[in-house]
Structures are given as C-alpha cells and as structure tokens.
Design a protein. Structure first.
Length: 234
C-alpha cells in the first residue's frame, strides 16, 4: 500500500507503469504462439456479434493484446483505485474502459455505479461494439459467476461469449484471492471459447440463476481446456 498509493496519485508514474505493462503484454503475445486447437477471437461467432465476452478474474490479463481490433470493444473495469491502472492499460490497446462492478452475492440488483456501467455497456452493444466483463465478483468466491453478465445479456438480448486465455509458462500468485496468473514469455498460448449463452428478455429469477450456473460451468470448462491445450502441446 505504501508503494501503490503514491503511484495512484502520480500521473507521470501511472503513465510509465502502464506503458511498460503494455509493452510487456505485446512481448508475451509475440513469444507465445498459439497451439493447435486454439481459436481466433476475430473469427469466432462473427455473425452473432456484438456480444458479451465473459472472463474469469486472474485469467483476463492477456485479453487486451489477444483481442482483434476490427470491432470496437468496451471493457468493464472495477472502480477500485488499483484498477485505474488496468483501465489505462486497456485504453492503450484502443479498448474503451467503463468503471463499475458486476454485482455482489449473485443478486439481481446492482449498486448505483454498477447500474450506470451496465447502461453504458448496453449502449456500446447497441452501437455494434463487443463488451468484456469479468464474471466473478472481486474478493468474492473465485470461479463463480455473479449476476452482472446475466443482467446485461437479458437487458441487451446479446449473447454471452465464454472465453479463456492460457499460456504454458506462467506464475500463479497463490496468495491472491483469485489466484491471479502472470503469463511469461517463450511458451505457447491458447484461446478457448464456449458455446453462446442467450438470456431471454422475460427471464425470471429461477431462469437467471440457471443461466448464471451455466455461465460458471462453461467458463470453468473453457479454462480447463485452455490449460490442457498449452500444457499438453509439444
């Protein structure tokens, strides 16, 4: 905290850190060629886009560099002070950042900031842009989807695209709540995307909970497959 607080308050320091991080992401992408079985985000479900790209916390750090640039992307980023650096990094890749929270305790209700972010993401979808959201809730239960992605899918009537990105060389920060994974250079990469999830406009509580559980299962399956691809490749 003694280090992060001055960084958060210094525009120059934040600019330097985000530039270095963006360069590191580009280098990691360059030195981790895709394995057989990995998909290209530019090609997958192109006819069904725009859509809501859902990712897990701790698995999302490479998403900006793997995302194709031909269709606009708007990403929801936490409103925490630490997440400001994340927002600045994604913006360096031409991705718009919306600050908000995806909803807590699997509730259908969002706080004021989360509701505003959801409206902004819905407008982005209406404009033909994809949006990206982290499915699990900060400092909640990892690898368990909250209701924010489901709410947006119901509101926008756009599909959820479950995605996982993995590299063969990585460092898992075991003490973090979400087991944040730092990808390393000179390995292999894989992107796995699950089947589309649609949420009906008139979905009731029970149906939305069923869709939330489906999202959790499909994201976990995609993540398991992505790691199996990179760890099994030779």
């Amino acid at each position: 905290m003694k280090i992060r607080r001055p960084l958060a308050q210094s525009r120059v320091a934040k600019g330097i850190v985000t530039s270095l991080f963006a360069s590191a992401l580009r280098f990691i992408r360059l030195t981790n060629p895709p394995v057989k079985g990995s998909v290209k985000l530019a090609d997958i479900y192109e006819a069904e886009q725009p859509g809501i790209i859902a990712l897990w916390h701790g698995q999302h750090l490479l998403a900006p560099i793997f995302y194709p640039s031909k269709r606009g992307l708007v990403a929801m980023v936490s409103r925490s002070a630490d997440a400001e650096l994340n927002a600045m990094v994604v913006e360096k890749f031409g991705i718009e950042a919306v600050r908000g929270s995806g909803g807590r305790d699997n509730s259908r209700h969002l706080d004021k900031g989360g509701a505003k972010a959801l409206i902004a993401l819905k407008k982005a979808l209406d404009a033909g842009k994809n949006v990206a959201m982290i499915a699990d809730i900060p400092h909640g239960k990892p690898r368990d989807a909250g209701m924010g992605v489901i709410l947006l899918a119901r509101l926008s009537r756009r599909p959820i695209i479950c995605a996982a990105i993995a590299t063969s060389r990585r460092k898992v920060l075991e003490k973090t709540w979400d087991k944040t994974t730092i990808s390393l250079p000179f390995g292999r990469s894989a992107i796995v995307v699950g089947e589309l999830i649609y949420v009906a406009k008139d979905a009731d509580e029970a149906e939305m909970e069923r869709k939330r559980q489906q999202l959790t299962q499909m994201l976990n399956a995609a993540t398991t497959k992505a790691y199996a691809l990179v760890d099994g490749a030779r």
